[in-house]
Design a binder for this molecule. Structure first.
Ligand code: SF4
Ligand code: FES
Length: 260
């Protein structure tokens, strides 16, 4: 395919208190093999050459594993391709002459820092509230000697694929962080090493999620549709069960309970 010429409507916002607005840019001679972020690099080089401010956007690994890239592209977090981060989205998903709208992830708990960059440190604080195992679990060999059912091992690995990008929040009409929080709870609660702190973990992480100002889950499932790692909303049900147990259960030893 010959190079494409595109029109971009990009959200520009100088800082947290600036009202922000869309600005129109032309992206010329864009190869279909470029990633979406490489296309923005080209636009930024053009802006810098003209003495204008480059468009600020987040990125790091550019290979779909770190969770740093974001962007709402034509109204969809991470753009039109299913199970794909913005950095792994290629321009072959667009057509010559397309007009593309690019916005930051929008949620009260993710304030805009500048242009397309938002502050996602609320996620760090949710993890700090309990997304870890603080007991001694032994060496790698010890872990390999603990029998874990195939089903739970697979489910835990699936949940552990969450890269903490925040697309689930941006997609949710309630700006809920339930899918992220549930994934971080489930990848531990499905394993034996996660049992001693299981209910306390759910209680603390859900409390922190609320304190950060995220909304509640009302089962729209937009989060699952937008998630680049296809994290299942079944994890939200797991989180809710653990949270309910934490709030209501008799104080029976946690380790004696089944892991699902
Ligand atoms: S659940 Fe999916 S969309 Fe949400 S932070 Fe994790 S990887 Fe991103
Ligand atoms: S830049 Fe790391 S996942 Fe996109």
């Amino acid at each position: 395919m010959p190079a494409m010429n595109l029109v971009l409507q990009v959200w520009r916002q100088r800082n947290r208190s600036d009202a922000g607005r869309f600005e129109r840019y032309e992206a010329k001679d864009i190869s279909e093999h470029m990633s979406f972020l490489e296309m923005l690099d080209v636009v930024n080089e053009m802006l810098i050459a003209k003495g204008e401010d480059a468009i600020a956007f987040d990125h790091d690994c550019r290979e779909g594993i770190c969770g740093t890239c974001s962007l709402v592209i034509n109204g969809v977090p991470h753009g039109p391709k299913r199970a794909t981060t913005t950095c792994q989205l290629h321009m072959r998903s667009f057509h010559d002459g397309d007009e593309i709208t690019i916005e930051p992830f929008r949620a009260a708990a993710f304030p805009v820092l500048r242009d397309l960059c938002v502050d996602r440190s609320a996620f760090d604080r949710i993890i700090q509230a309990g997304g870890y195992v603080s007991i001694r679990t032994g060496s790698a060999r010890d872990a390999n000697e603990i029998p874990i059912s195939k089903e739970n091992a697979e489910l835990a690995m699936d949940a552990a694929q969450c890269i903490g990008c925040g697309a689930c929040v941006a997609a949710c009409p309630n700006a809920s962080a339930s899918l992220f929080t549930a994934a971080k709870i489930a990848h531990l609660s499905l394993l034996p090493q996660g049992q001693p702190e299981r209910e306390e973990r759910a209680r603390k992480m859900v409390a922190q999620m609320d304190a950060e100002g995220f909304g509640h889950c009302t089962n729209h499932a937009e989060c699952e549709a937008a998630c680049p790692k296809e994290i299942s909303i079944e994890n939200i049900a797991r989180m809710n069960r653990d949270f309910l147990r934490a709030m209501t259960s008799a104080r029976q030893p946690l380790a004696s309970r089944e892991t699902e």
